[in-house]
Design a protein around this ligand. Structure first.
Ligand code: MCA
Ligand code: AMP
Length: 508
């Protein structure tokens, strides 16, 4: 194969008039039309001066065109760097600078704010909106609908996905063609995807779940997707009858269960519901089965590793577990201090090794060495155990991380922004249980001696600095933070204290 990822996912569909994307307006995009769009985009990328191995940073609305940018990067041998559409220009500056992106594609609405950022990092800035229009599309439209695929090997990098760290600095996880392809191959087989499948796709496409799990699988299987711009309960319920499978974060499933239209009749024809990115409560798993007769298939993955474990397709899908290591993935539970393997049933650090594990963090050899062992095992930061039947259970996190509606929030990043605020001496950010998002952000602020803290002004200021989903949904002022005898902030004490802040049934 000239370019394994492109040939396997995209190239093999060349000329096929089969449906690839079912769109919200009722129109259908065929595989062939998608490939022609991809070729035009690949020409436009090349015309922008981007060479194989360069990075293209992309912050655009979900659309067929946005997906074609991904395909075009793969076809051009260019590294694709998707960015959450919620990120502020202040946040984007870091990703553009750190990655050294040659080309930045943004929504026209952000053009003005991003122009100085792109200029200062010597990146070309072009636009593409939710309808597929913009300066990038204007160049592409005049281009040929065939592009000579750039040769790559499975070791070549295909994508950077930034993941935050406990120090507050984001790290670019480098994913090779082989990382992405091997995982897609395993998942198609494991979850039995075929060309007959139609996946209801309501996830964003700037993260692993919506892009490398959902989309890569459907491309490899040769199936189609009902491609929705975002999750909306009414639309999902309306389009579900056309689907055979759905993937989502737990919030999708709790929102659907909150709607009485979501019942056995509506879902009787469905083949598979998959959940991941955040823990699915055992209670949700059981409610879902009682309502629909389906057992959700829960799996576990990470940006750095794609998917590691999955509940079985046949056999028991056990609530509160993430199933077994996928074929080709080795998983062990180790002592977090010594790294020694622990006995079955003991709780420790989950480590994984396999063709899915990433190549390291971009230009951060020290961070890479801290998390990726020389023998290839990646230290996930998740605490878990392997039960007596071999199922993996995640019981907690060894990393200070909040997962809200499937989005990761690193408290340190929010604390750094809060500590800069006038009148704030220090802060502690924790996650509290939230009925919709699973967990949500609470910030505890300690004022400088004798000073008042203006929480409304802080909320306003944070809007320009942090993506909306990272902003605390609750700000609390306290005189001091609880500390242990070593002086370390006791976040567990705060978590207990604020466990009920988002509980709708709580009084007061
Ligand atoms: C939106 N808001 C959020 C979130 N999403 N706040 C906290 N957490 C969130 N996840 C903000 C909105 O800006 C809005 O603010 C308010 O909360 C309510 O918005 P709402 O309309 O309810 O939100 P939504 O647009 O319906 O989005 C909720 C969502 C979405 C559908 C759950 O967040 C989503 O699609 N999440 C999926 C994330 C995902 O794909 N993760 C995979 C990562 P305001 O009212 O002030 O405007 S990949 C991964 O983790 C690994 C590899 C894996 O294993 O998959
Ligand atoms: P990210 O780095 O954004 O890809 O997030 C990966 C993290 O999400 C993992 O390290 C886990 O903490 C969490 N995660 C993903 N899937 C699950 C799951 N099924 N159950 C619990 N946590 C999960």
């Amino acid at each position: 194969m000239v370019n394994p990822l492109f040939d396997s996912l995209f190239g093999r569909h060349s000329g096929k008039q089969t449906a690839f994307l079912y769109l919200p307006d009722g129109s259908v995009l065929t595989h062939d039309a998608f490939l022609k769009l991809t070729a035009r985009f690949a020409h436009a990328i090349k015309a922008a001066g981007v060479a194989p191995g360069d990075r293209v940073a992309v912050q655009i609305a979900k659309s067929p065109e946005a997906l074609a940018v991904y395909a075009a990067c793969v076809q051009s041998g260019v590294i694709f760097l998707p960015l959450n559409t919620a990120y502020t220009p202040a946040e984007l500056e870091y990703f553009i600078g750190n990655s050294g992106a040659k080309l930045v594609l943004c929504d026209p609405r952000n053009l003005e704010a991003l122009t100085p950022v792109a200029t200062s990092h010597d990146a070309r800035l072009m636009t593409l909106d939710a309808n597929g229009d913009g300066s990038f599309a204007t160049v592409a439209i005049a281009m040929p609908e065939v592009f000579p695929t750039v040769a790559r090997s499975t070791d070549d990098l295909a994508a950077f996905l930034y993941t935050s760290g406990t120090t507050g600095r984001s790290k670019g996880a480098m994913l090779s063609q082989g990382n992405l392809l091997s995982n897609a191959e395993v998942l198609v087989e494991h979850w039995r995807f075929t060309p007959e499948d139609v996946l209801l796709h309501a996830l964003p496409i700037f993260h692993t779940h919506g892009l490398f799990v959902a989309t890569n699988i459907m491309l490899l299987a040769g199936g189609a997707m009902i491609f929705l711009p975002k999750f909306d309960t009414d639309t999902v319920i309306a389009r579900l009858p056309e689907a055979t499978a759905m993937m989502g974060v737990p919030t999708f499933y709790t929102r659907l269960l909150d709607d009485p239209r979501f019942d056995r009749d509506l879902t009787a024809h469905m083949r598979l519901f998959v959940s991941g990115s955040a823990p699915l409560l055992a209670e949700t798993h059981r409610l879902f089965e009682a309502r629909t007769g389906h057992r959700i298939l829960e799996r576990y993955g990470m940006t750095e590793t794609n998917m590691n474990t999955s509940n079985p397709y046949d056999g028991a899908r056990r609530a509160g577990t993430v199933g077994f290591p996928l074929p080709g993935v080795e998983l062990k539970v180790t002592d977090p201090e010594s790294g020694a393997a622990l006995a079955q049933g003991e709780v420790g650090m989950i480590e994984v090794r396999g063709p899915n594990v990433f190549q390291g963090y971009w230009q951060m050899p020290q961070k890479t060495a801290e998390e990726l062992r020389a023998d290839g095992f990646f230290i996930t930061g998740d605490l878990g155990l392997i039960d007596d039947q071999g199922y993996v259970q995640i019981v907690g996190r060894g990393k200070d991380l909040i997962i809200s509606g499937g989005y990761n929030i690193y408290p340190k990043e929010v604390e750094l922004a809060l500590d800069d605020q006038p009148g704030v001496l220090e802060s502690a950010v924790i996650g509290a249980p939230h009925p919709d998002f699973g967990e949500s952000v609470v910030a505890v602020l300690v004022p400088e001696p004798g000073q008042a803290v203006d929480t409304a002004a802080i909320e306003t200021d944070l809007r320009g600095k942090l993506a909306r989903f990272k902003q605390p949904k609750k700000l609390v002022v306290m005189e001091a933070l609880p500390r242990n005898t070593m002086g370390k902030v006791q976040k567990n004490v705060l978590r207990d204290q604020f466990a009920g802040v988002f509980d709708p049934s709580a009084v007061g």
